[in-house]
Design a protein around this ligand. Structure first.
Ligand SMILES: [Zn+2]
Length: 495
């Protein structure tokens, strides 16, 4: 058994030598000494133990490289500050595509190319106005953002009484008599009792995605929701909605947590208070955009691809630092780190920066369609789209023996980084690839306590990312990809 602690046996294995080459140290003496020790070591220990030690050394070198260079953190800064928001179809998204291609070309990846994809193009328009009117003491402004994809209100806005509900089913229970002509306020809060925040989000997000059409089925004229957030500040959180085909499309906005509290308070005191909403969002025709793809070609199995991805698009109101600038630099960083450390992969390692995860998933769908058409073989696909927070684990959708194999590598990860491999996991963008080509998938799981404080809110900016946490995540992903590349999903004789 390996110790879960990282060894400190510098000078024994190859990655250390590679690292010194990058740092520009004089190689001659160190190299000779290292080779001598390596040879002595090789003779003294059986192959299995040698492999374990070599893996420990390589994983250690990957973590060292990422933590000391901080290179991906500064790349993220560049994306956030010099490109900024990049919703599909926007000028920002197109600049992000050009940026990503240039970055990967600049790093000298073996192949960098664009994959065409048509994407939806929605614009928010003027700043949203949502206020409580017809209330004692004048009106009360609320902080709000249109939910992504929402139609505009009439140019003069809409004013209506408010019906408070806590679920989409409650709208059905109340029925048309209670709903018609009103604005429905979905006030379901994030479940704070869930320790991992993902299910808290999952439990509340239906009011954003399905709430507007459900309310419209009963004659509502507009919808506001309590933002789907674990935070307690007043930042509104946008996100996507899905209008049903044959139902009238009504405008919908998300309120900041405190604004939602305020609305509840006012309605308790004065149930006939009204809400005024003005949204000027707009739909345009689909636009041409691209997935951006970079590769390091495999030395032994170049036709077998290990994919690592994130999404390049972001919501329009933020820099998309955690969502998903972090995943973007995590993906690029795997290839960059391999090059920095002189790791030549056996399989082709492909970074895919998907377009349009946020409001359409067209990039993921297009990628899967092309992969199926061309018959490209994907060994496995990993996605990072849960933020640049401290790494905790991976979720893996694959056969049980593959999951067991991954679990056997857990002792190689430094303490306080990756400590579990869950059964089941992947990501929105690589979901279609799994469905179309049966490719196993992996989702990177960082700590989730702060993720939904920032998710889809104007506060998702570079300053919300911690350099060490981001790089630890990137190093964890690069280490797992290194191990998969080296050992495969199964013993190769059995493959
Ligand atoms: Zn995302």
């Amino acid at each position: 058994m390996l110790s879960p602690h990282r060894g400190n046996m510098h000078g024994i294995a190859c990655p250390m030598i590679a690292r010194q080459a990058i740092l520009g140290f004089s190689l001659s003496l160190t190299l000779a000494a290292a080779l001598a020790v390596t040879l002595a070591f090789s003779a003294a220990f059986p192959r299995e133990i040698r492999a374990q030690t070599e893996d420990e050394e390589t994983v250690s070198a990957i973590f060292d490289e990422r933590l000391t260079s901080g290179e991906m953190y500064y790349l993220l800064e560049d994306l956030c500050k010099n490109i900024g928001p990049r919703l599909s179809g926007s000028e920002g998204a197109e600049r992000a595509v050009a940026w990503a291609k240039e970055v990967m070309e600049g790093y000298g990846f073996d192949r960098v190319y664009l994959q065409e994809v048509m994407v939806p193009h929605w614009e928010r328009g003027d700043p949203e106005q949502v206020r409580i009117v017809n209330v004692e003491g004048g009106m009360i402004e609320l902080r709000a953002l249109a939910i992504g994809g929402s139609v505009a209100t009439a140019p003069e806005g809409i004013t209506a009484e408010v019906v408070v509900v806590h679920s989409v089913d409650e709208v059905d229970e109340l029925g048309r008599d209670a709903i018609e002509g009103k604005i429905v306020f979905y006030n379901r809060p994030f479940d704070q009792t869930v320790i991992g925040t993902g299910p808290g989000y999952g439990g509340a997000v239906t009011q954003r995605s399905a709430g507007p059409s459900r309310a419209a089925m009963h004659g509502a004229v507009g919808v506001v929701i309590r933002s789907v957030t674990s935070g307690f500040d007043d930042e509104p959180h946008t996100g996507g909605l899905r209008y049903l085909e044959d139902v009238e499309r009504i405008p919908a906005a998300a309120l900041g947590f405190q604004s939602a509290d305020r609305l509840v308070e006012v309605l308790e005191a004065q149930p006939d208070a009204q809400l005024y909403m003005h949204l000027s969002s707009k739909w345009h025709p689909d636009a041409l955009s691209h997935n951006v793809i970079g590769e390091i070609r495999g030395s032994e199995r170049p036709d077998e691809i290990i994919l690592v991805g994130g999404h390049l698009d972001s919501w329009d109101v933020a820099e998309g630092a955690h969502d998903d600038g972090a995943g973007t630099v995590h993906a690029i960083g795997v290839l960059r780190t391999f090059m920095n450390l002189g790791i030549r992969p056996r399989h082709t390692i492909r970074a895919v920066l998907f377009m349009n995860e946020e409001n359409g998933l067209r990039g993921g769908l297009k990628y899967a369609e092309v992969a199926k058409e061309t018959g490209e073989k994907h060994v496995i696909a990993l996605e990072s789209d849960a933020g640049g927070f401290t790494p905790r684990g991976f979720g893996v959708t694959a056969a049980d023996d593959v999951i067991e194999r991954f679990r056997s590598w857990l002792p190689l990860f430094p303490q306080n980084t990756i400590s579990y491999i869950n059964k089941g996991g992947g990501g929105a963008d690589i979901g279609p690839l799994r469905r179309e080509t049966d490719t196993p998938t992996i989702g990177f799981i960082p700590d989730s306590q702060r993720a939904f404080d920032y998710h889809h809110a104007p506060t998702d900016v570079f300053e919300a990312v911690n350099r060490r946490e981001l790089e630890l995540g990137g190093a964890s992903i690069a280490s797992l990809i290194y191990l998969i590349d080296k050992y495969g999903l199964r013993d190769e004789k059995a493959q």
